[in-house]
Write a protein that binds this ligand. Structure first.
Ligand SMILES: Cc1cc2nc3c(=O)[nH]c(=O)nc-3n(C[C@H](O)[C@H](O)[C@H](O)COP(=O)(O)O)c2cc1C
Length: 202
């Protein structure tokens, strides 16, 4: 191979590598930790497709769970009608997320995580289901950020009304509603407690 052919080959290969690497996310995990914030104002008029929400929830399925019980379930309000209905069930959060195009209700099936043949394996009982749901939701919000979306986890919500709206069975505990959209404001970094206040080394 003469020098010119070699140079052209190297250029072509580096161009190809550059193109393909642009397909993947460029954000490091630390970037995601920093830029993922609770967003309380969203850009109006923007949409998110069902395919994008499916990608998000597929990522959430990678979260660990007790004995791989995978107790988390999701109810996605993606039509304008259902989104508007959910807005009426989140109390004072309504104004914060009114322009977020998608609302995701997360639940977990009770009596699975933390249970062995129907009996709680230890004192935490169904708290393990909530634990697993929180882990899934953590994957969800970080993946959302990686895809260029923003989120607000909302614990202030009316579970009875949500249960009726989505026909959620009584066997499931309704936890958070997660708003999904595009940020319309740059949030402040919250103050975190000093590390030594929350950790003890022995
Ligand atoms: C379980 C849970 C419930 C929350 N509920 C609400 C809520 O109802 N409304 C709200 O504005 N923020 C809510 N938040 C967001 C927190 O206030 C936020 O995560 C916290 O202030 C730290 O800010 P950051 O998410 O930007 O790091 C909730 C967060 C979690 C994890």
């Amino acid at each position: 191979m003469n020098t010119n052919v070699l140079i052209v080959t190297i250029l072509a290969l580096s161009l190809f590598a550059g193109c393909t690497s642009q397909q993947a996310s460029v954000a490091s995990l630390d970037d995601l930790f920093l830029t993922r914030r609770s967003i309380r104002s969203y850009e109006p008029g923007r949409t998110i497709s069902e395919a994008q929400v499916r990608e998000l929830l597929t990522a959430a399925q990678n979260a660990p769970s007790w004995a791989n019980q995978q107790p988390s379930k999701y109810y996605v309000a993606i039509s304008p009608e259902k989104q508007a209905a959910v807005l009426e069930m989140i109390g004072g959060n309504k104004d914060r997320v009114a322009n977020a195009p998608v609302m995701i209700v997360s639940t977990f099936e009770k009596g699975k995580s933390g249970f062995f043949r129907g009996t709680p394996a230890n004192d935490a009982g169904d708290l393990w289901g909530a634990y697993d749901n929180g882990l899934s939701n953590c994957y969800l919000i970080l993946k959302a950020r990686d895809m260029g979306f923003d989120t607000l986890i909302m614990g202030m919500r009316e579970s009875d009304k949500l249960r009726a709206l989505f026909n959620i069975p009584e066997e499931e505990m309704i936890l958070a509603v997660i708003a999904l959209g595009y940020r319309a404001e740059e949030p402040n970094m919250p103050v975190h407690r000093p590390l030594d206040e929350i950790v003890k080394f022995f």
